[in-house]
Every structure is written in C-alpha cells, then in structure tokens.
Design a protein around this ligand. Structure first.
Ligand SMILES: [Zn+2]
Length: 1004
C-alpha cells in the first residue's frame, strides 16, 4: 500500500484550523462596554465601581504600562440563544499576543455585588454567563511584556518612572458567544490525537490507525455544516480514543499548578492581583471538573488573599478542607536556597507551615521548589526537621554541562539526612498536558525498570493563569490511551506515597545540588543581598536581647513586630528577588523594605540592650555573636571599650600594620604583599602576589544577563594595581583607586589582639557588564575549599578533574570560606558577599597558590538596566585559620559587630555552650507565645561534639523539638538524650556532625 501518511497529516491540520476551529463560536454579539482608567495605583472594587464610566469601543487603546482600566460590561442574552449543546460565555480579548499567559495584559471579572467570577488570561478569556442579563466588571491590568520577543535587551518597562504613559494594549473584543460543545470536544479529540501521532514511532500500527481515523473524521465532518456534523466526526475518532494504554505505560500524576513568581518581571503588588486571578480561575475550574486538584505553595500568597481578597480566601479555605486546593511546600515563599542564612531558611518553614496549620489545620508533607536556582546541602536536614518527607524540583534539568542521573531518588544532605526527592522528568512546571510533555516524561524517566510513575505540574505558571479546561480535557483523554503514558489527576501526596511504595530502594545523590547555570545570582543586585544579610543579623540581635530581657523579667518580647519583620525578610528571599533577577521596581522596593527593617530593629535592639545594661554611665559592649568578640563573651556584654586599632606605620616604600599577632605589609601602591602570622611565622600571601587585589572583568553573559556568569569572563581582566593615594588615617590605611568611571576606597584596619585584617571596600560603581572581584592569592596548598552554608559548610574541589568540578567555576558561600593544609590555613570572610571562585595554580617556585576571590559587584543590564549602579560599602576579613572554626569566628564577628550603649554594667549571657564546635544560631521565645525559650544550636565542624548548655535562669523543663518547636522525641540523637533531663542537672547534648538541635526550655 502506498504511504499517504504525510498527506493525511497536512489535510487534518488544515481542515481543523480552517474549518472546524472557526465553527467553535456558533453565534456572537458585541456587548456594551464602558470604561474608567485608574489614574494611579490599583484601587479596590468598591472604589472603582463608584467612578463615572464612559463608553468604550473595541479597537480602542487602553492604559499605560502598569496601569489599570475597569470595563463595565452589560447586555441581554438574545432570544433563542442557549441550549443543551452550547455554552453561553462572555469572551474577552484585552489585546493578547500569542506569547504565554502571565507576561501580558490580564483581567479579573467581578459581579456587581463585588464577588469574583474568574480571571481573564491569554488562552483563557471566557466567562460563563446567563441566565438573565449580563452585568459584569473587568479589572484589566496593562502589565507590559518586559521580556519581549528577545529576552535579554535592556528595557525601560521595569520601572514606572521610565515605562512611559502611552497605552500599550488595544481592546479587541468583549462579546457574548454561543460555544458549540460538540465542536469543542471534537477539537480536543483532534488536539490529543494529532499530538500523540507526533510522538509515536512511524513504524507503529497504532500511529497509522490514528491517522486513518483522523482522515475519516475529515470525511465525516461537512465543512459547510460543521456544527451539524461534528458528532459524526467524533464518532470517527471514538475507536482510537477508546483503545487503552499499554500495560507497561508510564503513569504521570498530573497536579494542577500555577508557579506564580512572587515578584519578577512585575512587582509584588501585581503578584497579589495575579494570585486573585489565578486562584479564582482554579475555583471556577473546580466547579466544572470534580476530579481537578490544584497544588499551591507559598503561605505568603495565601496571606495576601486573606488580607486583600477575604471572600476568595474563604472559598479557598473550603476547597482546602475538601482536599482539592492543596497547600504544598510549607515555606513562606519559594525561596532561593543558596543565599538565605540557616535560621532564615528554617523560618521559611516555621512561618510557612505555621500559617497553613493555623488557617487550615493542614501540614504539607513535601518541600516544593520547582524553580529555585540550585539546592543547598543543608536542605534535607532542614526539611526533615520541619516535618517534611519529600522534595520536588525540576530546575536541575537546566544544568548546562552535566545531567543529574536520577528523577526519583534519595537526596542526602551534608549531615547525612536523606529525603525522598523527585524531579518531574517532563522538565517543566508549566505543562499544558500535551502529548509532547507527557511523552517526554516517559522517555526521559531515569528510573525506568525500577519505578514507573512521575509527577507533572500543569497550568500556566511564572506570571500565573493556572490550569485551563483544555488541560483537564487533555488529562481525561490520556487517562488510558494506547501509545500514551497514563495520566492520573491527583495530589502530590498521592504521587509521593505511590512513588515511595513502588520504589523502595532508591539511589542516593549526596551533597548540594549545584545548578550549572545562573551563577551570577550569587552577586547581582548587591544592595538587595546586603539588605538580606544585614536583616538576618539584626533579627538575630533583636531576638537574642529581647529573649534575654524577657526571661529576666525586664521586658516584654515584641512578638508582633518581629513576626512582621520576618515576613518582610522571608518574602525578599523569593527566588527572583534575593538572587537579583527581577526588574528595577522590585529591587528598589527590596531596598526600601530592608531600610524599613533596619529602622524598626535598630531602636528595638538598643532599647533591649539599655534595659539589660540597666542605669549607669559606663560604656557597655554587647556581643550577639556565638563567639567572644570585642572583649565581650558570646551572647553577653562587658563594661569597657572595644579594642583600639593598630596605627599604620610607614616602612620604607610602603606601610605596615603590626599588632604582634599578625603583620600586614603594603607596598607603595597600597597592595597587600605580605600577611604573616607572628606565632608561626607563616606567610599567607603567595610569593610575588598581592592580596585584597581588585579585579574588573568583562561580564557579557551568553544569555540571562542578571542570572548568568559564563567562564569566558576570565579572558578579559583589568587589575587595579595603581593607587591615586595611599594614606594613614588614624588607625586605618586608606587606599584610593579609580577605574574608568568608578572610584574605589580600600580601608585596612587591624584591631589590637586580633588576627583579622579588616578590609572595607567602598565603591562608587558606574560600570556596565563588568564583574568586580576581590582576589586573595594565598600560600596554601588546598585540594578543596570549605564554604559556609546554612548550619554548616560544604567542601568543593579547587581543581577541574571532572566536568562536574569544571562546571562549578563560581560558587556561593555565606559568611566565610576556608582553605587549609594540616595545621594551617586561611579564612576569607565577608559581610555582604555570596559569590566566590576558588581555584589553585602552580607557581614558578614549585609551590601551589590557592586563589580565593570574592565576587563583589556585577552590573547586568537585563532585566534592570541600572543594576548595581552607585555607592556600595562591602567588608571583608583575612586571617590565619588552622580550622574552619576560626573562619566561623571571623564570619560571625564581621556580621555581628559589637554595639556599645551607655548603662550600668556587664550582662551575663542567658545561654552559654561549652563546646567551640557547637554554635548558637538563634535565641528566641517560642512561636506559640508561651514564654518558653527556644535555642537553636548546630555542630559546625562536621564532627561529633559533646556540649553542655547552661542557662542563667532557673529551668523547669528542657526538651528538644522540631523546627516548628513541636516535641520531637526520637527525631534526632539529641532528642533522645534530652528527653531524660531532670531539673537541676546540666543539659548535656551529644551532636552528630552538622546536627541541628532545637532546644526548648520552660522557665521555673
Ligand atoms: Zn519561578
């Protein structure tokens, strides 16, 4: 027989597009439209409908970028319209382009009583109407398409001040439509089957059978009487649609989803409206499809609904109770996981799960981070300690160099904790349940043969929109369809239960999941990152001093204020804010938010310290670090002054800072050419090299400007070896340099008795597409570097043996990195910086130079063309450090500088810990406001440790809890030990390597 398959495919494609699709709308009539444009920011429904609306015709432009226009739509349903085989709908086209939902205009439809019907989105612009007259309002948001067709061009659209005032959308139509249901279902049949044949091997009989059926469908449907003959067309396809899936077909759990970025190419104020639009779409779809289930993460987004759309929130609450609107993830937002500090990442769960438990009595069981840019090795332990048993992401499929070997596996963290993890093999969190997506899931699934089930989140995401009826129709047709994977609509929990049950011995991936992409997100938008770091430490100080004062009966704990501040800080850790990948609007707002956090917390901290110090005229030095600093004990205060600085001394052609502990020597250009530990005589700076050297690199990413650094940045470098001036200024050596339009002031200080050289880098930065690094070539032979992460550190090779090592050319660290040899090493600490690269090379004298570089600043041009411009003050420290514990000391001290207040005298620490490798990460009062004290500790060296924890006030009960401060008997080794504690005994805890312990104490 001759092969006519290609001709049939062409026939079907054209017949469906040109004949069947136009018959979908059996009749249509324009509705009456009046409009009112909001002069400023969005207003509530009640305000809008009280305005005076003027007639508005389709074809007219509406609203400037980021504007809002309210349309009032009225009309009668014509006589004779409606019936069993049609649906009456209002169809709105706000001027949509073919680009995906969520990146252009959107609307929200209200009834005259202010209740919400559903959202209006590209590919989802229909609203059911009737019976009775039509009277609806559409709040239309003219959100600009910031990315455009070419995603990386600098844009003025990301800031209201520069976006312009000209309208950017034209209303195409607001019609009343009779949608023919038989034609609609015929179109869905064709979509599923034409999608399936594209995935089937041409040699398969199944493929030929479907083609022939489609050919017969074209015969059966009369192009001049499509509506009347559509049923015959469906009959021609019924046989191939009824043929069941192969027994071995992969099963895809389809979970309705809308990955709404809490801010990105839009500000959070728009995200709030995006959530209302998407969630109302979801609720409307639930009415149509009883088996539809929607998974939604981010307590913040629910909290926004509760505050701004309370009636919608109540409808969501009902569906949560039915198990159909499913809170997932348990975090406050889908945060980045590389950059948030340990306590902050813990609080993402404390506040996220706390909200879900309080509002819904529901606790998500999984961590849900489909889109964050790589995953810290601290996360498995944090997830388990927060009561989660599963983890989901798809982002690792974005790796440029190496493919992760698994889709369903155990992920093992730095402490050995394991959590069942799934990467949806369809490699998307925005599926439309097309045959292509579900076939990809089956094709790519790495655990074939030992497991045969995967999860696929479906629905328009990123900018929202959510699942559509077309996706539910696709799911129904693919439930059991020969040649297709099986599609089952269900919850994440159903999937994870089945996946674990059917795959009892999964493989293990150990350590961090480093994303081989988006390495610029450790550095872009330095002020946002600095704001996060400062805020995390201010919160630590405020909690510590208020907990101390509260337990001594001196002050009330400011629960409300601290909760509010935490919510601000947790929101900014969203995976497009803290990483620096949002528009200008978002980062300007982040900087204002962080300024407000500081303005709230600084006076609180001072008030608590004054209360603790009592009346008097002495200088009292407070140290919130978990290590001694400035003469004060960890978590306590002393009377006296912080240590003085060591004055720079001119030495031949250069300068010297020498305090008897270390000696720093600078040449005439202010370059640090020697740094010697006096006791050992060891030199830290590699011979012939300069440390604290500023380097400016060309930084032109191949794509994704704010996100990416590509390795070719290293090919073009300018080292700032010339100085405009080098001067002693009191106890500081001040070096000024310039590069093109930018000015740099490096200030070096050495306090008496300290091994830490303090380096302040003040930059007036006016470069674009440049990367500024601070380089430390060290006389250390280090095979690997230790970098601080949450509650511990990771070790990464300094060489390029494998493609995995090579791809890790830029890495994230928190407060410090450490490189060492047995008995000696060096720490490089920072107060604002996350991006680093740590490499080694062979020197001419045969020694190894380990090069530690901090990535201080970038200046990408998309999506914020002004990113990183202006003044920055960044602090670093260099010290000899035989072990990571010295690095840890310096990291805490640099980030928690001692504060001095005037008062009565010393303040004994509320909590002291006997082991130097057990660190206090937080001291606070319990979330339940019972007045219990909560002390979060962890083992920081990666070994076992025994620590005695002493509390200055009498304790009636001591026990360990999970992160949410719930009893955790048996959860950890520590919980077993502390369970037997009795009043009067010392609290002694043996820690596993990197173990996090939450100790809860009740006052006697
Ligand atoms: Zn995202």
């Amino acid at each position: 027989m001759h092969d006519t398959g290609a001709q049939i495919e062409m026939r079907v494609e054209r017949f469906v597009r040109e004949r069947v699709a136009p018959a979908l709308e059996r009749r249509r009539v324009a509705l009456d439209v009046t409009a009112w444009e909001v002069p400023g920011e969005p207003v509530p429904f009640t305000h809008a409908v009280a305005q005076s609306f003027t007639p508005f015709a389709p074809g007219t432009t509406w609203s400037r970028p980021w504007g809002t226009t309210w349309f009032h739509v009225t009309g009668e349903i014509p006589e004779g319209w409606g019936g069993a085989d049609v649906a009456l709908e209002m169809v709105v086209d706000l001027g949509f382009t073919a680009r995906q939902a969520g990146f252009q205009a959107e609307g929200l439809v209200y009834r005259p009583d202010g209740t919400i019907v559903k959202g209006i989105e590209p590919l989802n612009g229909a609203v059911p109407v009737g019976p009775g007259p039509i009277d609806l309002y559409v709040e239309a948001a003219s959100n600009p398409d910031v990315g455009g067709n070419y995603f990386y061009l600098p844009t003025h659209l990301g800031d209201q001040a520069t976006a312009g005032d000209d309208p950017i959308y034209t209303l195409r139509r607001i019609d009343l439509v009779e949608r023919d249901l038989t034609v609609y279902h015929l179109l869905r049949d064709c979509w599923t089957l034409t999608g399936l044949i594209a995935e089937l091997d041409p040699s398969l009989p199944r493929r030929a059978e479907i083609l022939r059926a489609l050919d017969r469908m074209c015969d059966a449907v009369d192009p001049e009487r499509v509506a009347e003959t559509a049923a015959a067309g469906r009959e021609a396809l019924a046989g191939v649609l009824a043929s069941p899936a192969y027994p071995s077909a992969h099963t895809v759990y389809a979970v309705g989803h809308a990955h709404i970025d809490s801010a990105w190419l839009w500000p959070t104020r728009e995200t709030i409206r995006k959530c209302a639009r998407t969630f109302s779409n979801v609720l409307a779809l639930m009415d149509q499809y009883p088996d539809f289930v929607f998974a939604c993460s981010s307590a913040q987004q629910y909290a926004w609904m509760k505050e701004h759309y309370p009636a919608l929130f109540e409808r969501i609450r009902e569906k949560v109770a039915e198990g159909r609107f499913v809170p997932v993830g348990g975090m406050w937002v889908e945060s980045d996981t590389n950059l948030p500090g340990g306590e902050a990442l813990a609080r993402q769960f404390v506040h996220g799960k706390g909200f879900f438990l309080r509002e819904f009595g529901f606790e998500p069981d999984e961590v849900w981070l489909p889109d964050s840019f790589g995953y810290t090795g601290a996360l498995p332990q944090i997830a388990r300690a927060a009561g989660a048993h599963s983890f989901l992401s798809q982002k690792m499929s974005w790796n440029e160099t190496n493919a992760m070997p698994h889709h369903s596996f155990l992920w093992e963290g730095i402490d050995g904790t394991r959590v069942f993890t799934h990467f949806p093999p369809a490699d998307t969190y925005n599926s439309d349940l097309s045959a292509a997506d579900i076939a990809r899931a089956q094709r790519q699934y790495a655990e074939k043969g030992v497991s045969n089930v995967s999860l696929i989140p479906f629905g328009h995401g990123d900018g929202g929109g959510g699942p559509t009826r077309e996706m539910m129709e696709a799911a129904g047709r693919a439930a059991s369809l020969e040649g297709s994977p099986r599609v089952t609509v269900g919850t994440p929990r159903q999937f994870f239960d089945l996946a674990k049950e059917t795959h009892p011995s999964p493989s293990t991936w150990s350590g961090e999941m480093y994303l081989e992409l988006h390495r610029g997100t450790y550095t872009s938008q330095a002020k946002t990152k600095q704001g996060n770091r400062r805020s995390e430490h201010l919160l630590r100080e405020a909690e510590l001093w208020y907990a101390t004062a509260a337990w001594r009966g001196l002050a009330d704990y400011p629960y409300e204020t601290l909760d509010g501040v935490w919510h601000t800080v947790l929101l900014q850790q969203f995976h497009d804010i803290l990483p620096g990948s949002s528009i200008a609007w978002v980062h300007q707002e982040a900087e204002r938010n962080y300024a407000a956090v500081a303005a709230t917390l600084a006076p609180l901290i001072e008030a608590a310290q004054r209360t603790l110090a009592g009346p008097g005229s002495a200088e009292v030095v407070f140290n919130a670090a978990p290590v001694a600093a400035a003469g004060a004990p960890a978590l306590g205060a002393v009377a006296g002054s912080p240590p003085a600085g060591t004055a720079p001394v001119a030495d031949g052609s250069g300068w010297v800072l020498d305090n008897g502990v270390v000696r720093a020597a600078f040449d005439a250009a202010g370059l640090l050419v020697s740094f010697v530990e006096t006791s050992s005589g060891r030199e830290l700076v590699a011979r012939g090299e300069a440390a604290a050297l500023l380097q400016v690199f060309r930084d032109l990413p191949n794509q994704w400007d704010a996100w990416d650094i590509n390795p070719h940045y290293r090919h073009n470098v300018t080292e700032l070896r010339e100085a405009d001036s080098v001067k002693a200024d009191g106890d500081a050596l001040v070096v000024r340099r310039t590069y093109q339009s930018s000015a740099f002031t490096q200030t070096f200080r050495l306090a008496e008795g300290s091994a830490e050289l303090d380096i302040e880098t003040r930059v007036d930065w006016h470069e674009q597409e440049k990367l500024l690094k601070l380089a430390f070539p060290l006389a250390v032979h280090a095979d690997r570097a230790s970098s601080e992460v949450q509650f511990g550190h990771v070790q990464r090779p300094t060489h390029n043996n494998t493609s995995w090592d090579m791809a890790r050319f830029e890495t994230a660290a928190h407060r410090w990195v450490h490189v060492g040899e047995p008995g000696f090493g060096a720490a490089v600490a920072n107060d604002s910086t996350y991006g680093h690269d740590i490499t080694r090379r062979w020197a001419a004298d045969g020694s190894t130079i380990t090069l530690v570089r901090q990535s201080l600043l970038r200046a990408p041009r998309f999506p914020d063309p002004e990113a990183d411009q202006g003044e920055h003050v960044l602090r670093s420290a260099l010290r000899p450090a035989p072990t990571v514990l010295e690095a840890l000391d310096t990291g805490y001290r640099l980030n928690l500088p001692a504060r001095t207040v005037t008062g009565g005298g010393p303040v004994a620490p509320l909590v002291t810990v006997s082991s130097p490798s057990v660190v206090v990460e937080a001291v606070k009062l319990a979330e339940d406001r019972s007045g219990d004290l909560v002390v979060r500790l962890y083992e920081a060296q990666g070994g076992r440790a025994r620590a005695r924890v002493e509390v200055s006030e009498p304790v009636a009960r001591a026990w360990t809890t999970d992160l949410l401060e719930r009893d955790a008997a048996g959860l950890t080794d520590a919980s077993v030990q502390v369970a037997a504690w009795e009043v009067g005994e010392p609290i002694e805890i043996v820690f596993r390597p990197f173990e996090i312990v939450t100790l809860r104490l009740r006052r006697a």
